[in-house]
Design a protein around this ligand. Structure first.
Ligand code: GLN
Ligand code: ZN
Length: 765
C-alpha cells in the first residue's frame, strides 16, 4: 500500500508567499527574494510530508498564482495580447501580467479572466483559445521543482492538469470552433512533456482530470478515451495516476475504469458511491490501483478512522492490498495549513479538527492501520480518534435542543410572506412613497484606512468600546448626511462596523468559531479565513439593530437594514459534516429571520438580505441542482418571511449567471433584487426579461470594481436600455455592488451622477 497526497497548501502557514508577492509587486523586493521565499515554502512542505511518512509526495503543486495559469505557460498558449510584453519582461513578470494585467512602462494589457474552480472558493485563470491555437512546451517549472526536491532526497510525483480538463476549463476567444477540437494540437505537447519526465526518471505522474466530476457529453468522453490510450501506447514506464475529485465519477466511472492508467483516484468524501461500483466491476485492466481519497481536503474535521477503514478494507478484500492506496480526497490546497498554530480555539473544539498538516498524519495512520500494524502507538491513535469523534457526537457544545425543536416545527407558512407580491407592492408603495426609478446603494461605503485602523485598534484593546462606537457613529452620520445631500431615496448606514459580510454575523452567532491562521488561498495572493460552523446555530441577541436603528434615527428617508443571507453564510464557511448542509442552512435562516423581525420592530421599513453565493452552491452534476435549489431557496424564504406586507425585502446577488436558475431566483420572492449588470451592458437582464420576472429589479449601473466615475449620460443610457426591457415601475437605480473597496471622492461623484441620471429618467416620462 502507499499513502498518496494530491497536493498541499502553498501560501505558507503564515501567508509568507502572499506577503513576499505583495512586496515584490510594490517593488519593495526583487525576484531573487521572492524565489527564495517560494523555495523555502516548498522545502518545508516536502520535508514535512517526508517526515510524516507520505509515500507519494507531489511536486508542481506549488504556484506563484494559480496552477491553471502555470499550465497555460507550460503548454505555451499565452494570449496574443501579451506578445509585446513577452519579449521584454522576465518570465515571472509576464506571468504576473497575465494574472493581474499590466499598466506601466508603456504597457496597458488587461488580465486574463478568473473564475471559480469547480464548486470551491478558489479561483483559476481561464485559458484563452483561438481557432488555430498553437501549443509549445515550456517544461521549466515542472522540471526544476522536480530537481529541487530531488536535491533534498525526495523523488516526487509531478502533478499536472490533464489535457481534457485543461481545454474544458478554457474559453474560445473567437467563434467557429469548440475548444475540445484543439486536443489533436495539444496532445503532442503533453507527449513531449511526459517524455521529458520519463527521461528524468520520473516514476509517477499525477494527471488531474476533475472534469470527470461533471456531466460529460460523448465528445468529451471520447476525447478522454483517445488521450489516455495515446499516453499508454507511448509511455510504458511512466506510471500515470489519473485523478478526479469534488464529486463522484458517477456515470463516467465505467469509462474511467477502462482507461489504461496505473492508478485511478476516487474522491470517497464527495463520491462514496463510486467505490461500491468500482469494486463490483470486472476491470479489463487487472492491475489497476485504486487511490482512495478518504481524508477530506475540503473541510477541517478530523477523519472518522473507523469509517475510512471500513472503506479501505472493503477495497482490500476485493482487489488486494497491493492495489489500494490511501489518499486525500483532493489537493489540500483547500484546507488551512496547521491546527497547531491555533492557540485560541477551545480544547474541545480543537480535538475535533484537522488542518492540512494533521491530514498528512491521518493519511499515514490510516495506511498503517489498514496494513494491520499492531504497534501500540498506531492502535492508540485509533482509540483516540474514536474518542474524539464520539465526544463530538454528544457534546453539549454542538447540540442545542431548542434550535433543533424549532427547525422541526417549521411549516410551509414560515417560508411564505403573508400576501402575494402584487398586494405587498401596493402596501409598500403607500408606506414608502418612493418616486419612479428609486435610487439606493448596496450597503457598504468606503472602508477607509481610518475605519480599518479603528477596528484593528479596538480588536487589540487599544480602543475601548465607547470610543470605537463614537467613531463609528460619526462615520455613519456623515454617510447619512452625504446620502441625503446627494438625493438618494433609500439610504444605508454604511457597514462601517463590519469587517466582512460573513465574519461579522458569525462572530455574533452561537455555533461559529474563528481561527487565527486558518487561511485558504482564494486567488493569487488573496486568502480567506472562513469561519467554522461547528454546532447548532442560534442568535443570542440582535446583531445589526443598533447601527441600523441609529442610522434611521438620523433621517426621515427610509434606511435599509443590511443582512447576509443564510445560503451565503453557509457557503463561505467550513460547515459541520455531521448533518446535511440543508439542516445547518435552516438553522442560520431562523437566526436571520429573527434579526429581520427585530429590524422591522426597530422601525426599519426596508431590509436587504444579501445572497451572492446562491449560484456557486450549485452541485457539479445537474441532476442534483433541484434538490439544492429547493432547500437553498426555502432557507432564504424562511429568513425573509417573518415580516408584514409593508416591509420591503431586498436581496442582492452580485454577478451571477442567472439563465438556468431564474425560476428559483423568482421563487425567492424578494420584493426587490439588485444585481451586477453594468459591465455586461444589461446583458444579464435577459434571463429576467425572458422569464418575465415579476418583482422589482435594480440592475447595477455603476461598475464598482473600478475607480472610474461613470458620467450621467452613461448611467442614463444603461437605464434607457433597462426600461426597454423591463416595466419602468419595477426598475431601481443602484451601483453593481457594495462600495467598501472604493475611495470617498469617486464614490460621491458617481452617486451624484447616479441620482442625476434617475432624475433625467423621471423627466423623460
Ligand atoms: N451589503 C454588502 C456590501 O455592500 C454586499 C456585498 C456583496 O454582495 N458581496 O458590501
Ligand atoms: Zn455584490
Amino acid at each position: 500500500m502507499k499513502s498518496n497526497l494530491l497536493g498541499y497548501p502553498r501560501i505558507g502557514s503564515k501567508r509568507e508567499l502572499k506577503k513576499a508577492e505583495e512586496k515584490y509587486w510594490s517593488a519593495e523586493s526583487n525576484e531573487v527574494q521572492l524565489h527564495e521565499t517560494a523555495r523555502t515554502i516548498r522545502k518545508q512542505n516536502w520535508l514535512e510530508q517526508l517526515n510524516i511518512g507520505i509515500d507519494l509526495i507531489p511536486s508542481n503543486d506549488f504556484s506563484y498564482y494559480d496552477q491553471v495559469l502555470d499550465m497555460v505557460v507550460t503548454l505555451g498558449c499565452i494570449p496574443e495580447r501579451y506578445q509585446s510584453a513577452q519579449q521584454n519582461l522576465s518570465p515571472l513578470d509576464l506571468y504576473f501580467a497575465m494574472a493581474r494585467g499590466i499598466q506601466k512602462d508603456g504597457y496597458d494589457i488587461t488580465a486574463m479572466e478568473m473564475t471559480k474552480w469547480f464548486d470551491t472558493n478558489y479561483h483559476y485563470i481561464v485559458p484563452e483559445f483561438v481557432q488555430n491555437q498553437k501549443f509549445s512546451l515550456n517544461p521549466d517549472k515542472i522540471i526544476s521543482e522536480y530537481k529541487e526536491a530531488l536535491e533534498l532526497g525526495i523523488k516526487t510525483k509531478p502533478v499536472i492538469i490533464g489535457p481534457v480538463t485543461f481545454l474544458l476549463l478554457g474559453k474560445e476567444k473567437e467563434s467557429g470552433f469548440h475548444r475540445i477540437e484543439l486536443l489533436e494540437e495539444l496532445l503532442p505537447v503533453y507527449h513531449q512533456l511526459l517524455s521529458l519526465l520519463e527521461q528524468n526518471d520520473v516514476e509517477y505522474v499525477q494527471i488531474d482530470e476533475p472534469c470527470f466530476a461533471l456531466d460529460l457529453g460523448e465528445k468529451e468522453k471520447s476525447a478522454i478515451q483517445h488521450c489516455y490510450n495515446y499516453f499508454s501506447e507511448k509511455f510504458p514506464s511512466i506510471n500515470i495516476i489519473l485523478t478526479s475529485y469534488f464529486d463522484s465519477f458517477g456515470e463516467n466511472l465505467s469509462l474511467a475504469l477502462e482507461l489504461p492508467v496505473h492508478a485511478l483516484h476516487l474522491d470517497l468524501v464527495r463520491g462514496q458511491s463510486d467505490l461500491e461500483k468500482a469494486l463490483s466491476t470486472q476491470f479489463t485492466n487487472s492491475n489497476l490501483i485504486l487511490s482512495l481519497g478518504v481524508v477530506d481536503g475540503r473541510n477541517i474535521w478530523k477523519n472518522d478512522f473507523e469509517k475510512s477503514l471500513s472503506l479501505i478494507q472493503k477495497a482490500i478484500k476485493a482487489i488486494g492490498a497491493d492495489r489500494v492506496w490511501v489518499a486525500s480526497s483532493c489537493s489540500l490546497l483547500h484546507s488551512p495549513c496547521d491546527l497547531n498554530l491555533e492557540t485560541d480555539l477551545s480544547k474541545e473544539l480543537k480535538s475535533w479538527l484537522a488542518f492540512a498538516k494533521q491530514k498528512l498524519e491521518e493519511i499515514v495512520t490510516l495506511k498503517a492501520l489498514a496494513e494491520n500494524v499492531k504497534a501500540q502507538d498506531i492502535l492508540s491513535k485509533l482509540v483516540d480518534n474514536k474518542k474524539a469523534n464520539a465526544s463530538r457526537r454528544t457534546s453539549g457544545l454542538i447540540h442545542n435542543p431548542l434550535v433543533q425543536r424549532r427547525v422541526k416545527a417549521l411549516s410551509a407558512d414560515d417560508s411564505q410572506r403573508l400576501a402575494s407580491f402584487t398586494e405587498r407592492q401596493k402596501q409598500q408603495r403607500e408606506v414608502l412613497n418612493l418616486p419612479l426609478f428609486p435610487t439606493t446603494t448596496i450597503g457598504s461605503f468606503p472602508q477607509t484606512k481610518e475605519v480599518r485602523s479603528w477596528r484593528a485598534q479596538f480588536k487589540k484593546g487599544d480602543l475601548d468600546q465607547d470610543s470605537y462606537d463614537r467613531l463609528l457613529a460619526k462615520e455613519t452620520e456623515s454617510s447619512i448626511r452625504f446620502q441625503e445631500e446627494a438625493g438618494l431615496d433609500v439610504l444605508v448606514h454604511g457597514e462601517f462596523e463590519r469587517n466582512d459580510m460573513v465574519e461579522y454575523f458569525g462572530e455574533q452567532l452561537e455555533g461559529f468559531a474563528f481561527t487565527r491562521y486558518g487561511w485558504v488561498q482564494s486567488y493569487g495572493s488573496r486568502c480567506v479565513k472562513p469561519p467554522i460552523i461547528y454546532g447548532d446555530v442560534s442568535r443570542p441577541e440582535a446583531m445589526t439593530v443598533k447601527w441600523s436603528q441609529f442610522a434611521q434615527s438620523l433621517t426621515n428617508k427610509p434606511v435599509k437594514g443590511m443582512l447576509t443571507g443564510p445560503v451565503t453564510i453557509l457557503q463561505w464557511s467550513f460547515v459541520r459534516n455531521d448533518q446535511p448542509r440543508s439542516a445547518t442552512c435552516q438553522q442560520i435562516a431562523l437566526a436571520i429571520r429573527d434579526e429581520v423581525v427585530d429590524l422591522e420592530k426597530a422601525g426599519l421599513k426596508v431590509i436587504q438580505i444579501d445572497e451572492p453565493a446562491i449560484r456557486e452552491g450549485l452541485p457539479l452534476k445537474r441532476n442534483e441542482w433541484k434538490a439544492y435549489l429547493n432547500w437553498a431557496i426555502e432557507s432564504f424564504r424562511i429568513s425573509a418571511s417573518g415580516v408584514r406586507n409593508e416591509t420591503q425585502i431586498h436581496t442582492h446577488m452580485c454577478y451571477s449567471e442567472f439563465n438556468d436558475i431564474i425560476e428559483s431566483i423568482a421563487e425567492m420572492d424578494a420584493d426587490v433584487i439588485t444585481i451586477e449588470t453594468s459591465r455586461s451592458e444589461m446583458e444579464l437582464l435577459d434571463a429576467f426579461v425572458q422569464f418575465k420576472y415579476p418583482n422589482e429589479i435594480g440592475p447595477g449601473v455603476y461598475d464598482i470594481h473600478s475607480p472610474r466615475v461613470p458620467s450621467v449620460e452613461e448611467i442614463e443610457k444603461l437605464l434607457v436600455r433597462a426600461s426597454e426591457l423591463l416595466p419602468i415601475e419595477h426598475i431601481w437605480v443602484n451601483p453593481d455592488c457594495g462600495l467598501k473597496t472604493r475611495q470617498w471622492p469617486e464614490t460621491k461623484q458617481a452617486l451624484i451622477h447616479l441620482v442625476d441620471a434617475a432624475k433625467q429618467m423621471r423627466e423623460r416620462i
